[in-house]
Design a protein around this ligand. Structure first.
Ligand code: GCW
Length: 668
């Protein structure tokens, strides 16, 4: 009997070891070795990678790679066909062939190869699909929750971590073709000669994977690096400085992508400091980059315009400049008008700008969605954006990266799904959230139906759950000061900008809740085109998910669901908590399909998420109850905290940290 138990124990241990996963592989294949013959007459560094990937991972029929011009295929597009006993992949570029190789491998990993109908023809919807790293040169990451910056600037350019190549491989496998290496709050030092050598060494690693390097630049760089008296974009010396700098960059990195600029926003320097417009600033850089085919991605995340409503300001500053930008400038705008909140309506700038290329900036890192402690699968949120802004109207797409030095790259195992989903949607925004989730799960965890079904449900419902327990019905910016993790709707920091304070956004008073942005208020609704402007403008027709974004709603106002505002608010917060409790149950069903390591890790993080959800619900409802003076509906879960205690919570963390369970428990 004892012997048998021992044997069983050993078998279990062996199985656990065999399936042990630390997440470092992300969704990439295990490189167990394929057995097909792979042929091609093209021998470039990129096709060599395609061939190697297929040799190591493809178990299907022989594959032939061929380069051919084809009217149906854009530069990075490809066709996969089956002729005789052979699969032929065709593209006009090496990069397209590499993408096709990854497509084939994905089909096999997700067990779709036998079912797929051929030929497959793929063309990416966005020509530029780019990650934005908010990585600082000291190794910290602004709003990063997965360790330090991947770029080890001290060791570069001499020492190249093997992770740089895995990073490129993971990105190429999902179609990402660009990376901005450094924070938009940019240190001028990135343009200094020693740093450019380091940047070059990374660009050399990424190049064969089809990934171009871009840099965030500080507009005052000429003043800081070379003591110029001004950074005025119309000043001749300044113009010359940038031209020379750009030339220097292209000598090192001939396929350098261009610059990303945060100007005149949150203390960053910009052309407005010298009495010039955003267009004049962007154009000066665009002119310097043009001979080399470089581009400028100029961010519209500004809010200094003279208007009481921050949500209107980007539109006010940029709409009048439409038509004044050079052809190689793209205006980069966050998906919503304020700042990556759990749910925002789309930024009306997208439908207002007509004569300038535009791109959307999504946030993959979960600054406002529970950092890397909460599961929030973001494909549904991003797809919501495309319901309003057709992808075809945009030139490019950027995602603020959630990658760091953590073994599993992203902090939470499920946070990898957002990196994956961003890439897949950048390639094809009409893929469904469900398809992407399924692909990711099969490659990352297991293809067993018993695993896929519950986890898919968890993933697909996760974003809405976070919205419910944090900021339902269009509420926004109720976050704690600085770290943006927990709730602080009461937050009031003496001397801080009014539009960084929660009360500026929720406007709770004895009458009701929400920001009146209708025509009787700030009139932000007028920035939307018909018929949306009217739809949002009227409290009766405004969709419930945005109602407190656009209206100050009386506490006893009856919504179309038959509940009063107060009851609805309680309903959403309560539902959010119940949902996360359900996620725990769903996850527990997966135990026999997942390695013990990740099973436990996710089980533990879900406990944190439930506790956080209750924290959010109690903090917001107890606080708003002081205004509504209404009782909690009987069938909802009662608060377990007092408002007094919650007001004392102070996590004491910085923008760079994700709170640990221990820290949270000590405080809540
Ligand atoms: O979301 C806010 C963040 C800042 C960030 C800024 C921006 C890089 O809180 O940390 O700075 O937006 O997007 O520029």
């Amino acid at each position: 009997m004892k012997k048998r138990t021992l044997l069983l124990g050993l078998i279990c241990l062996f199985m656990q070891m065999a399936f042990a996963e630390d997440g470092s592989r992300v969704w990439l294949p295990k490189q167990n070795g394929g057995n097909a013959s792979i042929t091609t007459s093209i021998h470039t560094p990129t096709t060599a990678i395609a061939v190697k990937e297929l040799q190591q991972n493809w178990d299907g029929p022989a594959v032939h790679l061929q380069k051919k011009k084809d009217k149906q295929l854009s530069a990075e597009g490809y066709r996969i066909n089956h002729t005789g006993n052979q699969v032929t992949i065709t593209s006009s570029t090496d990069q397209g062939l590499l993408y096709a190789a990854y497509h084939l491998i994905r089909l096999q990993q997700t067990q779709e190869w036998d079912k797929v109908s051929l030929p497959i023809e793929e063309n990416p919807v966005f020509p530029i699909r780019i990650l934005n790293h908010w990585d600082n040169l000291d190794g910290t990451i602004e709003r990063g929750y997965a360790g330090k910056s991947l770029w080890n600037w001290e060791e570069l350019p001499t020492k190249l971590s093997p992770r740089y190549e895995t990073y490129a491989r993971a990105n190429a496998s999902i179609g990402i073709n660009g990376t901005v290496l450094n924070n938009v709050n940019a240190s001028p030092q990135i343009l200094s000669a020693p740093y450019l050598q380091k940047v070059k060494s990374l660009a050399d690693v990424f190049r064969p994977y089809g990934i171009k390097v871009y840099l965030s630049v500080n507009f005052a760089s000429p003043m800081v690096l070379d003591s110029l008296e001004t950074a005025d974009p119309l000043n001749k010396e300044v113009i010359r400085w940038w031209k020379n700098k750009v030339k220097e960059i292209y000598q090192l990195i001939p396929d350098f992508g261009g610059f990303l600029v945060k100007a005149n926003s949150e203390g960053q320097p910009g052309p407005c400091d010298f009495g010039r417009t955003h267009a004049e600033g962007a154009n000066m850089l665009a002119d310097a980059l043009k001979p080399f085919k470089g581009i400028v991605m100029w961010r519209a995340f500004v809010y200094n315009a003279n208007d009481a409503d921050r949500a209107k300001q980007a539109y006010q500053e940029f709409k009048p400049l439409d038509g004044q930008f050079r052809e190689n400038v793209i205006i980069q705008t966050k998906n919503g008008p304020v700042d990556f909140q759990p749910r925002e309506p789309y930024s009306p700038l997208f439908t207002a700008i007509e004569h300038t290329d535009q791109m959307v900036e999504f946030q993959v890192t979960q600054e406002y969605l529970g950092h890397s402690n909460h599961i929030a699968y973001l494909a549904p949120m991003w797809k919501e954006f495309f319901n309003f802004v057709p992808a075809q109207t945009l030139k490019a797409i950027a995602g603020v990266s959630n990658i760091g030095t953590d073994v599993n790259w992203c902090g939470h195992p499920f946070a990898q799904s957002n990196w994956y989903a961003f890439g897949r949607l950048a390639w094809n925004p009409s893929l469904t959230s469900e398809e992407i989730a399924e692909e990711w799960m099969k490659q990352t965890f297991s293809s067993e139906k018993e695993f896929i079904e519950p986890v898919k449900q968890l993933m697909l419902e996760s974003h809405e759950a976070v919205v419910d327990y944090m900021m339902p019905m269009g509420l926004h910016h109720l976050f704690a000061w600085g770290h943006h993790y927990g709730p602080e709707p009461w937050c009031d920091i003496a001397g801080a900008r009014a539009d960084w304070m929660p009360s500026y956004y929720h406007k709770a008073d004895k009458k009701g809740l929400g920001f009146n942005r209708s025509s009787t208020g700030s009139n932000a609704t007028a920035q939307y085109p018909a018929p949306l402007a009217d739809l949002y403008n009227d409290m009766k027709s405004c969709p419930e998910e945005y109602i407190l974004w656009f209206h100050h709603v009386p506490w006893d106002y009856t919504l179309s669901n038959g509940r009063t505002l107060w009851e609805s608010l309680c309903f959403h917060y309560d539902r959010g908590v119940q949902q996360v409790r359900k996620f725990q149950q769903l996850w527990d069903q997966t135990e026999s399909y997942v390695d013990a390591e990740r099973f436990k890790e996710i089980q533990t993080s879900l406990k944190t998420q439930v506790r956080d959800a209750i924290w959010w619900k109690d903090a917001c409802l107890l606080y708003f109850q002081e205004f509504s003076e209404m009782p909690f509906p009987n069938d909802y879960e009662r608060p377990i905290h007092t408002l007094e205690d919650l007001k004392k919570v102070n996590l004491g963390i910085t923008n760079y940290e994700c709170p640990t369970e221990e820290l949270l428990n000590r405080n809540r």
